[in-house]
Design a protein around this ligand. Structure first.
Ligand code: GLC
Length: 546
């Protein structure tokens, strides 16, 4: 993808680009709009704020930006509860701000991926309001999943997945009660989303990250007096609400739509399915382009586990001709420096509360940097989550009354939830809201000691996490690592992830003993200092020419 930055997007988006397949080795930076940059000072990030800061992504060396939802929404799940799929929430700006953001991104050579939330709407969406008004048995209700009796399915956020409406019927919501699931057996639902895709494609987006891609189609048990249908040729996933065979027809039809547009527009699956071979079924040649590799994200900081998941991911994706993707952090999980900050191997995923055992910040940062340098050397696509280039940890001591993730309330305060990874980004040391907005307001409180993570204190500072990321992306590009191939390094001991990617030897040490590099090795990049004997110490990754 080196050419993207050099020749500029506009030239790339004409015919020659069709063969570049930028999405096979790109670095994609996730912006969480609420928390990136706040231009109007209301304490919530917005599109003009993003536009003003897009040059940060270009300077870092990213190829594309993926934005979490900015659509009109009551914000019951931070915008993943959409009430209008064809507009911008006034919190974030207007459609014209969106257009300006896309234009600026393209000017900078960045592609733009938006979030599409097809599994459920908001309960304040016109369709759901119409369904409530129209009553049982109506076509309006058939766009959702209404039943006279609930079953035993649970919500991902805790509690039952069913809520009752006034006339006694129940509706399904695999997430919050304000996120009713759509009925994808209804042709109107399918037509609507085909049209929503075109709406954003026409506005110039380069792709969609498809939320809960494994959830759209459900398997309903036949009533007991009916004969069960014969088992399908390809078995569905074992859980009736996830990974059903029917979802793939939907993605085939969407692939046809995105392929009608020039410039290699893409579909990315958020599909929490395992084993990884099931995930690979979402990226067969006529379906989506990429799927998030959550198996990689979930792996502990341990060489054996990491080698295993790298090997199986590459094999599964190769089988279907898709690029492998790699990700360590996003808006749904504990930030990776904090996840890896437990010497005893604890691996928290769904939030850390003040009363929980706390991560060791220095250990976490050291491992977090090593994990990133390892990830960015892998062939395929890398996803970064805003703030990780600053080494940001999770906010682990958020006051309980500040928490907004529905998980917190629905779990009866048993699960801290995802707010700790969504805290607004510190751009400048000192000052109110660390430069997130013009004033003090910040929709989640920022920790008192985040001055040391602010961008302005790291830019140009050798050894800072920001400069490490920037250099990693530069070298990754210069050596074509994203488009390379991996060959395991035979000399690697059990605590080492070692591989060659083209000319570059990558050595990540997850153990306690220092690792000897080949004689004459020339260091290209290191996540931390080598020891006085030139060996790779614990929790450190290096890229060398050897
Ligand atoms: C996805 C999103 C998450 C959201 C959920 C429901 O997992 O990443 O943030 O809560 O879907 O839309």
């Amino acid at each position: 993808m080196a050419v993207g930055r050099l020749v500029g997007y506009r030239r790339l988006s004409v015919s020659t680009e069709l063969s570049t397949q930028w999405w096979r080795d790109a670095v994609i930076y996730q912006v969480y709009p609420r928390s990136f940059a706040d231009a109007d000072g209301d304490g919530i990030g917005d599109l003009p704020g993003i536009t003003a800061r897009l040059s940060h992504l270009a300077e870092l060396g990213a190829d594309a930006v993926w934005l979490s939802p900015f659509y009109p929404s009551p914000q019951a799940d931070a915008g993943y509860d959409v009430s209008d799929y064809r507009d911008v929430d006034p919190l974030f700006g207007r459609l014209s701000d969106f257009d300006a953001m896309v234009a600026r991104a393209h000017e900078l050579g960045l592609r733009v991926i938006v979030d599409l939330v097809p599994n459920h709407t908001s309960d304040e969406h016109l369709w759901f309001q119409a369904a409530l008004a129209a009553g049982p048995g109506s076509p309006e209700r058939d766009r959702y999943v209404f039943r006279d009796e609930p079953n035993d399915w649970g919500s991902m956020f805790g509690g039952s997945a069913w809520s009752q409406v006034e006339d006694g019927q129940w509706y399904l919501h695999l997430f919050d009660a304000k996120q009713p699931d759509l009925n994808w057996d209804n042709p109107e639902v399918r037509a609507e989303f085909a049209d929503v895709l075109r709406f954003w494609l026409d506005r110039g987006v380069d792709g969609f990250r498809v939320d809960v891609a494994h959830g759209l189609v459900k398997r309903w048990e036949p009533p007991s007096d009916e004969v069960a249908a014969p088992p399908p040729a390809v078995p569905d996933g074992p859980e009736p609400m996830w990974d059903q065979e029917g979802v793939h027809d939907i993605y085939r039809s969407w692939r046809e739509i995105v392929d009608e547009y020039p410039g290699e527009r893409i579909l990315v699956a958020e599909a929490w399915v395992d084993p990884i071979e099931r995930m690979a079924r979402y990226v067969r040649p006529d379906e989506m382009h990429q799927a998030f590799n959550f198996a990689y994200l979930l792996a502990p900081w341990s060489a054996g586990d990491i080698r295993e998941v790298i090997g199986s991911s590459i094999a599964a994706c190769r089988e279907v001709g898709a690029p492998t993707t790699w990700v360590l952090s996003n808006h749904d999980v504990v930030r990776h420096p904090s996840r890896f900050g437990y010497a005893d191997g604890t691996l928290p995923r769904n939030g850390i509360a003040a009363g929980d055992p706390q991560p060791d910040e220095a250990l976490g940062l050291r491992r977090g940097r090593a994990a990133t340098v390892l990830m960015l050397a892998l062939p395929g696509v890398a996803y970064l989550y805003q703030g990780e280039e600053l080494g940001l940890p999770e906010h682990t001591t958020l006051p309980d009354d500040a928490r907004q993730d529905p998980t917190w309330a629905r779990s009866g305060h048993a699960v801290a939830g995802r707010d700790g990874c969504r805290v607004p980004v510190p751009w400048t040391a000192g000052g109110p809201s660390y430069g997130f907005g013009p004033g003090e307001r910040s929709w989640l409180p920022q920790p008192p000691a985040w001055d040391r993570y602010a961008l302005d204190g790291q830019r140009g500072v050798t050894g800072s996490t920001y400069e490490l990321y920037r250099e990693a992306l530069r070298v990754r590009r210069a050596y074509g690592l994203g488009a390379g191939t991996l060959a395991w390094w035979e000399e690697a001991g059990p605590d080492v992830v070692g591989f060659r990617n083209g000319d570059v030897l990558v050595v990540a040490n997850t153990g306690a003993e220092p690792v000897q590099l080949p004689v004459g090795a020339r260091v290209l990049l290191a996540s931390g200092e080598l020891d006085p004997q030139g060996r790779v110490p614990a929790d450190t990754t290096v890229w060398v020419l050897a």
